[in-house]
Ligand binder design. Structure first.
Ligand SMILES: NC(=O)c1ccc[n+]([C@@H]2O[C@H](COP(=O)([O-])OP(=O)(O)OC[C@H]3O[C@@H](n4cnc5c(N)ncnc54)[C@H](OP(=O)(O)O)[C@@H]3O)[C@@H](O)[C@H]2O)c1
Length: 348
């Protein structure tokens, strides 16, 4: 099968096989993974999405560091291609999606049936490949951790990125007043179409001044929930906007800078700081993650949410896909898709 291999830590935006320095290589004759247990299911991957974590992992800057070589990739969708002898929940041909620790940037992947979700009727299979990490993170953060409710002011940083767009959509579903921060006209235009209450173009405006102006106009005191996948100076600035009793959702550090949140101010202002690592719910709170993904799939099938995909590439263009993330060009999600017809048949 075709698979993308990370053979050494390095820059994933260098074309695969281009030169010695390339971290990635495309293997066209990689062994198709075999069913490793009676409850294993092999999936023919149709779509797999890029997450910032995949980029960081190839750079060697992510908390989880798999041994080399490895196939990167986490969330994916596809069709069931083979099932183990004890599999009860799925049959060949079922449409499924899941999230793996690694391995989805390949034509086939094997998972335990307990980790797969049926993609319901009415749900676009390709979109389902971009759902789990981004929407799962925002849903668990906003609904489960912050318990966001109608009328609260939600401030989303990196709002046009993968997790950002999902936080904006979920915030609106819960009836929050959503304030979004993003850079550039195209992102601002897109966020306005999503019905956000106020968008700040961080390339042109001072973020705190702009948000304060909006809050004053709407006679609102401040921000109740800060959703922060960016970190760095932007976080520091935004702390000035938070209400007494506000909640801070620490999601990530796309700015490459871990922000400092002063504990003395958190004390005085009664802030709650939630560190959130969605992937670890799989180990520590699997039921929360499972219920959340089932609800999100239902939302996707019934049009409550729609997934914005700004770039789609094939596997050999993986460096361009990573380049779109690095260059902050992505609006919503970046996908790698596989053409069904060209997919190799597995030898069972
Ligand atoms: N905690 C979890 O479980 C979890 C789950 C998923 C993702 N994350 C983390 O959340 C962060 C965002 O992930 P994502 O998949 O949404 O990434 P993404 O699609 O690339 O979005 C990141 C956004 O951050 C903004 N940004 C600000 N400074 C940046 C910089 N120096 N470089 C790149 N982007 C910058 C960009 O917006 P503008 O250009 O508009 O400023 C961009 O749209 C990552 O740190 C990721 O690891 C955490």
């Amino acid at each position: 099968m075709e698979a993308l291999l990370c053979r050494k830590i390095g820059d994933p935006t260098v074309p695969p096989d281009a030169a010695e320095e390339s971290a990635l290589t495309i293997s066209t004759a990689h062994p198709i993974p075999q069913l490793h247990s009676p409850t294993a299911v092999r999936v023919r991957v149709r779509a797999t999405s890029l997450n910032f974590a995949n980029y960081l992992q190839i750079l060697g800057k992510y908390q989880e560091k798999p041994p080399l070589p490895f196939i990167p990739g986490s969330d994916y969708s596809g069709t069931v291609d083979a099932v183990g002898t004890s599999v009860t929940k799925f049959k060949i041909g079922d449409r499924v999606c899941s999230v793996a620790g690694q391995g989805s940037f390949a034509q086939f992947i094997v998972s335990d049936e307990s980790e797969l979700f049926l993609v319901p009727e009415g749900c676009d299979l390709i979109a389902a490949g971009a759902l789990a990490v981004a929407y799962g993170t925002s849903h668990v953060a906003l609904a489960h951790r912050a318990q966001l409710h109608a009328g609260q002011v939600l401030l989303v940083l990196g709002a046009a990125g993968g997790v950002g767009v999902s936080a904006v959509q979920i915030g609106k579903i819960y009836g929050a007043i959503v304030v979004a921060v993003a850079r550039g006209d195209e992102k601002v235009r897109f966020l306005k179409t999503m019905g956000v209450d106020h968008v700040v173009d961080s390339s042109k405006e001072n973020v705190t001044q702009s948000v304060k102006g909006f809050l004053k106009e709407r006679k609102l005191k401040g921000v109740d929930v800060l959703y922060d996948p960016v970190g760095g100076k932007l976080t520091k600035e935004c702390l000035k906007l938070l209400n007494w009793g506000a909640q801070i959702l620490v999601i990530g550090f796309a700015s490459n800078e871990v922000p400092l949140i002063p504990a003395n101010i958190a004390l005085v202002k009664n802030w709650t700081i939630h560190g959130l690592y969605w992937g670890s719910y799989k180990i520590h709170r699997p039921k929360i993650l499972e219920d959340s993904l089932k609800e999100l799939l239902l939302w996707l099938a019934t049009g409550v949410i729609s997934i914005k995909i700004s770039h789609t590439f094939n596997l050999s263009q993986a460096n361009l896909a990573f380049g779109a993330l690095r260059d902050r060009k992505a609006i919503g999600k970046v996908l790698i898709t596989f053409d069904d017809e060209k997919a190799a048949r597995p030898k069972l």
